[in-house]
Design a protein around this ligand. Structure first.
Ligand SMILES: *[C@@H]1O[C@H](CO)[C@@H](O)[C@H](O)[C@H]1NC(C)=O
Ligand SMILES: *[C@@H]1O[C@H](CO)[C@@H](O)[C@H](O)[C@H]1NC(C)=O
Ligand SMILES: *[C@@H]1O[C@H](CO)[C@@H](O)[C@H](O)[C@H]1NC(C)=O
Ligand SMILES: *[C@@H]1O[C@H](CO)[C@@H](O)[C@H](O)[C@H]1NC(C)=O
Ligand SMILES: [Ca+2]
Ligand SMILES: [Zn+2]
Ligand SMILES: [Zn+2]
Length: 318
């Protein structure tokens, strides 16, 4: 377990991990929580936030919690495709340090159990509180593009409203903001959102203490917003590292961003497929141009301006 000590500057010191792994570790530390190294506290805190590890406040509850923690660690390792060791090894701790969404990866959602969805497809949203880091126009553009990612591949439509009741309320807030899921300052949790429903249902909160950008600097607002809107529509986290609904922040070029197939499958499972007006226009145009026949409505799905019919015949420009 020889390890360079140059890593001590990172958020969680891996030097502490070194000490931790070279002692018999987990159980002993659990027995004497007053001496728990930061690494233990950090891993336990992560599991409490994202894997529904019960918060054990009393000594009596701690007796058999070691096995519970190991089980939760395995669950987390399984989700991220790591070795299921049940131990907070380096690859596990590195994964835990990545900036991410605040919505848990396991169990039911933050509020509503079940698989709630919006009954109507014409949804409204409102930006309640802006961030001073970007102009209001830039925030609105990022949010509008985030909704478009989903409306492009589903029957859903999103209309921005500036007053009154709406389905999805969007705000930049910091620290404890009254929903039992406090933000944690710069990095860590970037944002969270609630499943479809009344009241707070569908709402999106961004950590106001993050640096929000329009470019590749951390953190790109459009990308995080597109992920959170996925939750607002009823999707939970994906284990596919390429998916938008993967819990960790991954940068992609916003100007060329298209929704990955995993997310398309997810949203269409809930709301069905849809041919957007521009997609339909494109499909009709392509058929006229390429087939020379009569314009027809695409009966399959339109992806990237290409109509895929049941027979798997594809129409589109090449
Ligand atoms: C602790 O152990 C008891 C009996 O072995 C078991 O019923 C209980 O579910 C355990 N507690 C947790 C939190 O796993
Ligand atoms: C899992 O463990 C094996 C050996 O214990 C190692 O070779 C492999 O790289 C590990 N996998 C990952 C993803 O770290
Ligand atoms: C959505 O559509 C339904 C049915 O067409 C309509 O009653 C409702 O007012 C619409 N809502 C909005 C916000 O446009
Ligand atoms: C991103 O934009 C910010 C200003 O909003 C700027 O300070 C930063 O240097 C830019 N980063 C890149 C990589 O262009
Ligand atoms: Ca944060
Ligand atoms: Zn999320
Ligand atoms: Zn919140």
């Amino acid at each position: 377990m020889a390890r360079s000590h140059s890593c001590c500057g990172s958020v969680v010191s891996l030097c502490t991990l070194h000490i931790f792994l070279t002692t018999s570790g987990w159980v002993e530390l659990q027995e004497s929580p007053s001496q728990s190294p930061p690494i233990f506290v950090f891993a336990q805190d992560y599991l409490e936030k994202f894997y529904q590890l019960p918060r054990n406040r009393f000594q009596s509850e701690r007796k058999n919690s070691t096995s519970v923690i190991m089980e939760k660690l395995r669950e987390m390792q399984r989700f991220f495709g790591l070795n299921e060791t049940g131990k907070p090894n380096q690859e596990t701790l590195e994964m835990m340090q990545k900036p991410r969404c605040g919505v848990p990866d396991s169990g039911d959602f933050m509020l509503t159990p079940g698989n709630p969805k919006w009954k109507q497809t014409n949804l409204t949203y409102r930006i309640i509180k802006y961030t001073p880091q970007l102009s209001e126009a830039n925030v609105e553009t990022a949010i509008q593009k985030a909704f478009q990612v989903w409306s492009n591949v589903s029957p859903l439509t999103f209309t921005k409203v500036s007053q009154g009741e709406v389905d999805i309320r969007i705000s930049f807030v910091q620290g404890d903001h009254g929903d039992n899921s406090p933000f944690d300052g710069p990095n860590g949790i970037l944002a969270h959102a609630f499943q479809p429903g009344q009241g707070i249902g569908g709402d999106v909160h961004f950590d106001a203490e993050e640096t929000w950008t329009e470019n590749s600097s951390n953190y790109n607002l459009f990308l995080v917003a597109a992920h959170e809107v996925g939750h607002s529509l009823g999707l939970s986290h994906s284990t596919d590292p390429g998916a938008l609904m993967y819990p960790n922040y991954v940068f992609h070029d916003p100007s060329t961003y298209t929704l990955p197939q995993d997310d398309i499958n997810g949203i269409q499972t809930i709301y069905g497929k849809s041919v957007g007006i521009s997609g339909m226009f494109f499909a009709v145009l392509s058929m006229v141009v390429e087939v020379g026949g009569y314009p027809e409505v695409c009966l399959g799905s339109v992806k990237g301006g290409r109509c895929t019919l049941q027979s798997n015949t594809q129409w589109g420009h090449h």
